[in-house]
Design a protein around this ligand. Structure first.
Ligand code: UTP
Length: 291
């Protein structure tokens, strides 16, 4: 059973400026919940009980969001808004949350390295704090945990991307070993479509065995002085088997403005109180766009 998860949430969020000048991108809301809450909920739904969120200075709002606020709860109860108070209490009880500071923003690999003491000697999940996933079947990180348990190995989430866009992603070279499961030969960062061995892109969710820390420690900083997680994974897979799981579901990288806009509309259509109104408005809007 995988009990621990790490959520890197320390990054700059340059793609979402100017909003991210003073607010962490992990606090961007989809309808009325910040991205980081969806991510924590995904981990909890997969049975994870202990979550370490990696933060940096200027990210206090993330801690604040998960801090119990007895004054607010009392006020809501007094005003007859118990249902909302219960919803907030549920956030406080979701999991044991821990926080660690990434002192210098030296990349995703370095952020994961901050979790070494927390993780100890067991497999653990990594969920990027700016990316929400949805699935009709089961939580995406739970799908990876199941493959990891079966194989006793590290597993990365894979998403099929259009071939002409492989140069935006890290993709795998691998062989299918079961329905939606691939044994990874290597990881290739941003290949051009004619060089790409597959269109299976690494997609914001991982399960690692603790050996990853040794490889992260030995990873030489790459572009912009950042320690790339993919570089450590590429070294690791040379000697230790790793798998990819083409998960059932979708991911939404909310750190990207266009994906944020699309996700906001899609998530509002899933909410019974907004579905009809948003649907009518969308139809009206598309008619106006055609004119
Ligand atoms: P991104 O690759 O989106 O980088 O990080 P970023 O710096 O946050 O954002 P942009 O590209 O400048 O807009 C993916 C995840 O890894 C975390 C981020 O917070 C995000 O959740 N991260 C990234 C860290 O925790 N530390 C880092 O040094 C870099």
């Amino acid at each position: 059973m995988i009990r621990k998860a790490v959520i890197p949430a320390a990054g700059f969020g340059t793609r979402f400026l100017p909003f991210t000048k003073s607010v962490p991108k992990e606090m961007i809301p989809l309808v009325d919940k910040p991205v980081i809450q969806y991510v924590v909920e995904e981990a909890v739904a997969a049975g994870i009980t202990d979550i370490l969120i990696v933060v940096s200075s200027g990210k206090m709002a993330i801690q604040e969001h998960f801090n119990p606020d007895p004054g607010l709860l009392a006020r809501l109860e007094d005003n007859g808004r118990s249902a909302l108070a219960d919803e907030l209490r549920a956030i406080d009880r979701m999991a044991r949350l821990h926080f660690v500071y990434q002192q210098e923003l030296k990349g995703l690999g370095d952020a994961v390295l901050q979790a070494r003491g927390f993780v100890g000697d067991e497999p653990f999940a990594v969920l990027l704090g700016d990316t929400v996933t949805t699935s009709e079947v089961s939580p995406v990180i739970g799908q990876l945990c199941a493959v990891s348990r079966q194989k006793g190995a590290s597993v990365v989430a894979l998403e099929e991307v259009p071939w002409e866009k492989t140069s935006r992603y890290g993709v795998i070279d691998g062989t299918a070993v079961a329905e939606s499961v691939y044994k990874v030969k290597t990881f290739i960062e941003k290949p051009s479509p004619d060089e790409a061995p597959s269109n299976l892109a690494i997609a914001a969710r991982y399960v690692f065995t603790p050996e990853i820390f040794g490889f992260l420690e030995n990873t030489i900083p790459g572009k912009g002085g950042e320690i790339q997680l993919t570089d450590a994974m590429r070294e690791m897979v040379r000697t230790i088997p790793m798998y990819g799981c083409r998960f059932d579901g979708r991911r939404h990288d909310i750190g990207d403005k266009l994906e944020f806009i699309k996700a906001t509309v899609e998530f509002s259509l899933k909410r019974p109180e907004f579905r009809d109104n948003v649907g009518v408005w969308l139809k009206d809007l598309s008619t106006r766009l055609e004119d």
